[in-house]
Design a protein around this ligand. Structure first.
Ligand SMILES: [Zn+2]
Length: 150
C-alpha cells in the first residue's frame, strides 16, 4: 500500500465512524481504495439527505483535525468478541480458522478488525471530501465515496 493509500484506507475507518453516528448505518458490506479515492458500502434503507451527507463529511473532518490516535493491537478472537461484540465485524467474513484478530481502534469513534496498515494519528489523513452518495435499492446498500482533499 502506498502512503497515500494508507491515508485513504485510514480515512475509511473515520468515515465509517461518522456514518454510524450521523445515520446509524452499522454494517459495512465492502470497502475500496485506489490512490486518493475511497468507497465505503454500508447496509442502509435509503439515500441520506443532503444535510446528512454534509454532516457525515463535517464529522469525519472534525475527527481528522482532532488528531485522534489510531490504535492497532492483536487479540484473541473470543476475547475480542467478548469485549467489543460484533461491532468489530463487517459483512465480509473473517476466514475460518483465524483465532487472533488484528483490531484497529479510534477511541470513541470506530472499532474494526482489519489487517491493513493505518496512519498513527488521524491528523495524517488531511481533509476529505465526500461525493454524492449512491443508494442501491435492490441491495439496500449505500455507497459513500470520498477523496483525500489534501
Ligand atoms: Zn483498516
Amino acid at each position: 500500500m502506498s502512503s497515500e493509500e494508507l491515508r485513504t484506507h485510514s480515512a475509511l475507518h473515520v468515515v465509517k465512524g461518522a456514518v454510524q453516528r450521523v445515520i446509524g448505518a452499522k454494517w459495512t458490506a465492502s470497502v475500496y481504495v485506489a490512490g486518493r479515492h475511497g468507497r465505503l458500502t454500508v447496509q442502509f434503507d435509503r439515500k441520506p439527505t443532503g444535510e446528512e451527507t454534509a454532516r457525515i463529511e463535517e464529522e469525519a473532518n472534525k475527527k481528522i483535525a482532532e488528531g485522534a490516535e489510531v490504535l492497532e493491537f492483536e487479540m484473541e478472537k473470543q476475547e475480542a468478541e467478548g469485549h467489543f461484540g460484533d461491532a468489530i465485524y463487517d459483512l465480509f467474513p473473517v476466514p475460518s480458522g483465524v483465532t487472533i484478530l488484528r483490531i484497529v481502534r479510534i477511541p470513541d469513534w470506530n472499532i474494526n478488525c482489519c489487517n491493513q496498515g493505518h496512519v498513527d494519528n488521524t491528523a495524517q489523513i488531511g481533509r476529505i471530501r465526500l461525493g454524492e452518495p449512491r443508494f442501491r435499492n435492490a441491495k439496500r446498500e449505500l455507497e459513500i465515496e470520498f477523496d483525500l482533499a489534501e
